[in-house]
Design a protein around this ligand. Structure first.
Ligand SMILES: [Zn+2]
Length: 242
C-alpha cells in the first residue's frame, strides 16, 4: 500500500476513535488543530499534547501567567544543590516541585495552579481538579522549552525574522540560542527577584538566536566577567587567618 493510502486509512481509524472518546465539551482550538494534523491523534489527551507541542511559545507564556496567579509559597527562596533541590542554577526555579511546598495531586508542580481534565488549565467540565495529574500539558511543554531552548531554535529564528539578535545581520544556519542575561548572572546577582518573574529569564523574554561568532565573543566576555567578579568577591571577603 502506498504511504498516502496508509495515512488516510490510519487517519480514518484514528478519527473514529477520537470521536468516540471525545467529551461533549472540548477546547475548540485543540480539536481544530488535531483535525488539521497530518496524522490524526486517536485520543483527546494526545490531541491536547500535540496542540501544545505545536504552540511552544504560547505554552511558555501561559505557564508563566499561571505561575503569576499562584505567586511563590510563603517562605520560599531559590536555592540549589541540597537534597531535593535542583543541582544547578541552570534548572528553572520551581517552588512547587520541592517536597516542602508541593500542593499535592491535582495541582501543577510548575505553576501551582489546579490541573483539570486532559491536563487543561481551565475547568471547562466543571468537575474540579484531576487528582491524578501533577502537570498541565502546557507546563510540560514550557518546562521542556525552558530546559532545552536550543531544541526550539527554529521558532526563535522565525520570531526574529532570521536576523541575529546581537548584530542585526543575517542569521546563519549555525546560529545558537543564547540567554540574553546569562543564567549564572541571574543566579549570582538576581536570585532574590520574586518568583515567578524569575522564570522570565528562562522563557522567551530572555532567549534569542545569535550567530555563532557573536555568541563565542559574548561567552568570552562573560567568562572574563565571571573571573573578575570572583576576584572582586574574594578581595572584599574578610582576610582568613592562616
Ligand atoms: Zn501548570
Amino acid at each position: 500500500m502506498r504511504m498516502e493510502e496508509t495515512r488516510l486509512l490510519r487517519n480514518r481509524q484514528a478519527l473514529t476513535r477520537l470521536n468516540r472518546a471525545l467529551p461533549e465539551i472540548f477546547p475548540a482550538t485543540v480539536l481544530r488543530h488535531a483535525l488539521e494534523r497530518r496524522w490524526t491523534p486517536p485520543m483527546p489527551r494526545l490531541a491536547v499534547d500535540g496542540y501544545w507541542r505545536a504552540h511552544v511559545i504560547r505554552a511558555d507564556r501561559l505557564s508563566r501567567a499561571l505561575a503569576a496567579r499562584s505567586g511563590a509559597p510563603k517562605g520560599w527562596t531559590w536555592r540549589i544543590g541540597a537534597k531535593g533541590l535542583p543541582a544547578t542554577f541552570r534548572a528553572p526555579p520551581a517552588p512547587y516541585r520541592e517536597k516542602k511546598y508541593s500542593l499535592g495531586p491535582g495541582f501543577c508542580c510548575v505553576c501551582g495552579q489546579p490541573v483539570y481534565r486532559f491536563g487543561w488549565h481551565a475547568d471547562l467540565w466543571d468537575q474540579g481538579p484531576n487528582r491524578r495529574a501533577a502537570w498541565h500539558t502546557a507546563c510540560v511543554v514550557a518546562w521542556q522549552f525552558w530546559s532545552a531552548p536550543s531544541d526550539h531554535d527554529r521558532i526563535l529564528r522565525r520570531i526574529q525574522a532570521r536576523r541575529c539578535a546581537q548584530t542585526g545581520g543575517r542569521l546563519w544556519k549555525t546560529a545558537e540560542i543564547d540567554h540574553n542575561v546569562p543564567l549564572f548572572q541571574v543566579w549570582s546577582e538576581r536570585r532574590d527577584e520574586p518568583w515567578p518573574a524569575l522564570l522570565n529569564y528562562w522563557g522567551l523574554p530572555n532567549l534569542r538566536a545569535i550567530n555563532r561568532d557573536a555568541h563565542a565573543a559574548k561567552c568570552a566576555e562573560e567568562a572574563t566577567y565571571r573571573v573578575r567578579r570572583r576576584k572582586d568577591t574574594a578581595d572584599s571577603a574578610p582576610p582568613t587567618r592562616s
